[in-house]
Design a protein around this ligand. Structure first.
Ligand code: CA
Length: 234
């Protein structure tokens, strides 16, 4: 376990900020801080941050606005809102703006640390789902939703995938090495919306093979598991 996880605190009340900083540092986190909404937003956009503690009532911009701006700019770190009991915190509005959780002041250190820990774990899981997949000279770029053919570190070609092809390939990549039944694949990728036949899955696989295999009749990545379905190999 190398680097410390980084927490950005945005809070304009000095005593609360100091208490939070001290407790989080003692618990082993690296702490960044800002005292206005505008500075908090700037830090959240610029710095690597694993989790954010965001006060609701801030000079400059409100916590709601900071949260929404971060999400609009693609930032996915967990955000815990800090609210005061006498403030009129609208929970649903906060979640709509992209907050993950909230604590009401005054809170106990134990409660806050437990929330921080739980949200960091959730953030890690979210990151794993967004991680790019590399296989056989390709990178599946999860954020850009593109398949890139690589030559070392250089992109040689962007390969266009339909939404279904992309979702299917991403699913295969994150289930590498597992034998997956057709039913399982269709359920996991399309869920209840899927009313096609198994043949349609096979035809999506055929078109993907055409795009990623050197010889689609002798696939190296999307392998057929007879009597079961498919297995992905990188
Ligand atoms: Ca405040």
């Amino acid at each position: 376990m190398g680097e410390k996880q980084r927490i950005l605190i945005v809070e304009d009340e000095e005593p609360i900020m100091m208490g939070l900083r001290e407790n989080l540092e003692v618990a082993g986190y690296e702490v960044l801080s800002a005292t206005t909404g505008t500075d908090g937003l700037a830090a959240g956009l610029k710095e690597h941050v694993d989790l954010m503690l965001l006060d609701l009532m801030l000079p400059g911009m409100s916590g709601y606005e900071v949260c929404r701006e971060l999400r609009d700019n693609g930032k996915q770190m967990p955000i815990i809102m800090l609210t005061a009991r006498q403030e009129d915190f609208d929970k649903l509005h906060g979640f709509e703006m992209g907050a993950d959780d909230y604590v009401t002041k005054p809170f106990s250190v134990e409660e806050l640390l437990a929330r921080v820990h739980a949200n960091l774990l959730r953030g890690e899981r979210r990151k794993d789902q967004n991680v790019n997949h590399a296989f056989g000279g390709f990178i599946l770029d999860m954020e850009a939703r593109l398949l890139k053919r690589m030559d070392g570190d250089t992109v040689v070609e962007d390969i266009t995938l339909t939404k279904t092809e992309f979702d299917l390939l991403a699913y295969f990549c994150s289930n590498e090495g597992k034998a997956l039944s057709r039913d399982q694949v269709m359920n996991d990728v399309w869920g209840m919306e899927y009313y096609g036949t198994q043949r349609s899955l096979d035809s999506f696989v055929a078109s993907l093979r055409h795009k990623i295999e050197v010889d689609s009749s002798k696939p190296l990545h999307i392998l057929t598991v007879h009597g079961v379905g498919y297995k992905f190999a990188s």
